[in-house]
Design a protein around this ligand. Structure first.
Ligand code: NCD
Ligand code: ZN
Length: 350
């Protein structure tokens, strides 16, 4: 029989967009209610490229938290072709920066400062390998002649395999994986190569982009893939394999920026993030493995302690609001106006 109550160690989100300013203040509580820590993406405008900027951003996040919250933002640096090796050394010495993010220039929201040619950052990657600072990869090529649904697979073949050969002990996370190809690459790699999986890629396939018409709120980067890939991701997430852990990639945009002729990529899943993962694991008949995926494998990879606090989920449906405030505008969350199967009924802070 499927359990209707689930008590797990408080989870962490290993890939999150919190934005800045008033938008940050609008969204951070959703994550802080569910997760103890989150790896915070650096794709602000301008991007967070230095430890000093990351520390300022961290202070702004802490100042936006609801009173009494113990949520810990784990900061990242945005890798550019001008990132100096010294910045890696500063990052390693800091107690606030936990990883460096690689965006191929032009791949997604605010990625213009990203890397055009991987060989231009080899010296920095060498320093990261030496100092054991993880590289978080947005693993897609951006070439316009490559079919959008193939961009992750081509990235693995063209860039990731050679990168692993060149930097054999570089700690890497292939972020928000979307394909069977990525599952195969990561599951056969050593333990210092891992992957995050989003709730939306576990619950939706690419049909969700065109259900009775175009659905801009289901558009994200990397784009949703066909059902066979979703099934491979669900299998990987629920397999118990420590290579795979939770990263929501919750990425809020104002409605007007998504409901337009050229809409932004990103799903806002933070208001029900762990609840959505519970649905996916329930679907696979593997609720017993949610805790390891959500609360154990991430800290193990990042060499951080597990959380001591716990949360309790119950199978008690609620209706997701149609929209939430976002910096004077509104943002439509995943599942807007529809039912979410699981609720958080209790959290214990330690
Ligand atoms: C992210 C965003 O909006 O910042 N969008 C997305 O679709 N995931 C950027 C990213 O992680 O690619
Ligand atoms: Zn992201």
């Amino acid at each position: 029989m499927t359990p209707t109550r689930l008590e797990i160690t408080r989870p962490d989100d290993w890939h999150l967009h919190l934005r800045d300013g008033d938008a940050l203040a609008s969204v951070v509580a959703h994550t802080a209610q569910r997760f103890a820590r989150a790896i915070v993406m650096p794709n602000l405008k301008p991007p967070v490229t230095t430890v000093a900027q990351a520390e300022d951003y961290r202070r702004r996040i802490l100042a936006s938290l609801p009173a009494g919250s113990r949520f810990q933002p784990l900061m990242t640096l945005y890798l550019t072709e001008n990132t100096p090796v010294e910045e890696i050394i500063r990052a390693k010495a800091s107690d606030s920066v936990f990883a460096v993010k690689y965006y191929p220039a032009g791949a997604t929201t605010n990625s213009d400062s990203g890397v055009r040619e991987l060989s231009r950052v080899y010296a920095v990657l060498e320093a990261m390998e030496k100092h054991e600072l993880p590289l978080l990869l947005h693993g897609e090529v951006t070439d316009s002649d490559i079919d959008i649904f193939d961009r992750e697979g081509v990235f693995i073949e063209r860039h990731l395999l050679p990168l692993r050969e060149r930097f054999p002990v570089l700690r890497m996370v292939l972020e928000h994986i979307t394909t069977r190809n990525a599952v195969e690459f990561v599951s056969s790699a050593p333990a210092h190569v891992a992957a995050t999986i989003t709730a939306h890629h576990l619950l939706l396939n690419r049909n969700a982009l065109f259900e009775g018409g175009i659905r801009p709120h289901n558009y994200c980067a990397p784009i949703l893939k066909r059902e066979t890939h979703r099934a491979a991701l669900l299998q990987a997430a629920t397999s118990g394999d420590p290579h795979f852990f939770l990263g929501t990639d919750s990425a809020p945009h104002p409605r007007a920026a998504k409901e337009t002729a050229c809409g932004c990529a990103g799903l806002y899943t933070a208001p029900a993030a762990i609840e959505f993962y519970a649905e996916a694991f329930e679907q696979a008949g593997r609720l017993d493995r949610l805790e390891a995926f959500a609360s154990f494998h991430g800290p193990e990879f990042y060499r951080l302690p597990r959380n001591e606090a716990r949360i309790v989920l119950e199978r008690s449906p609620w209706i997701m609001p149609d929209e939430y405030p976002l910096d004077g505008a509104t943002c439509k969350p995943m599942r807007a106006g529809e039912s979410v199967a699981w609720s958080i009924v209790e959290t214990t802070a330690v």
